[in-house]
Design a protein around this ligand. Structure first.
Ligand code: G6P
Ligand code: MG
Length: 219
């Protein structure tokens, strides 16, 4: 029976609630183009890279833009998003996350980040969480986004850990798929009805401790 040697965390929606800022900024892009973006439609964007997210939004609105115009809109969206993120403080770290990471450290379980975001480091600095991560695999390093397993396989390689000894924490359907195709144990953060492929699903870290993870993993 393999033991847990490394934990790989998604950022947005797992460590920190940035989804609301992504939503505000994407909604403005949609509104500027003459249509609206619902919260349900925003679910489709979780874990998906910036340019792919824009493509999904444009298809929702039935809008076609040139490559140049797409880059302009995505750049504008990112500037707006980063402006919104300036309101963020260490208090915006999701409940229980710090305690959970401290517990992992105490047990010598390695910690890595696996995020599609190109802003991952900026966000980790803002919430004062950079120090926890032994490796950061972000949108600047990967060539294939979630649901491809690349992001988590790179993290495991950085941490010199075989996939069967890795646990992934993810709030996005695409991220759970990525973890499962990497051959890792996947903990969904959210709802069972959405994260159907996860090995277990928890609401968040406020009522989930490393001891619970070890039990779920079969240790
Ligand atoms: C995460 C979020 C997505 C976001 C993506 C890229 O995966 O869940 O909503 O689109 O990162 O983020 P970025 O900060 O690079 O635009
Ligand atoms: Mg996420």
């Amino acid at each position: 029976m393999p033991s847990i040697q490394a934990c790989l965390f998604d950022l947005d929606g797992v460590i920190v609630d940035t989804a609301r800022f992504h939503y505000i900024a994407w909604r403005k892009v949609a509104n500027d183009l003459g249509f609206d973006l619902s919260l349900g439609q925003n679910e489709l964007l979780k874990g998906i890279s910036r340019m792919e997210s824009l493509d999904i939004i444009l298809s929702i609105g039935g809008v076609v833009l040139s490559e140049e115009e797409k880059i302009r809109r995505a750049t504008e969206k990112n500037a707006h998003y980063l402006e919104l993120c300036q309101q963020m403080t260490p208090d915006d770290t999701l409940p229980g996350v710090r305690v959970f990471l401290d517990e992992l450290k105490a047990k010598d379980i390695k910690i890595g980040l696996g995020s599609a975001s190109k802003n991952a480091r900026i966000i980790l600095v803002r919430i004062d969480m950079l120090k926890y991560f032994e490796t950061i695999v972000d949108g600047n390093r990967i060539t294939r986004g979630k649901p491809d397993p690349q992001v988590f396989l790179m993290g495991a390689e950085d941490l010199l850990t075989a996939p069967e000894h890795c646990v992934v924490f993810e709030d996005a359907v695409a991220g759970i798929e990525s973890a499962k195709s990497a051959g890792m144990f996947a903990v969904g953060i959210g709802h069972k009805s959405i994260l159907t492929e996860a090995d277990i699903v928890v609401a968040g870290f406020d009522e989930f401790r490393v001891a619970d993870l070890l039990v779920a993993f079969g240790e």
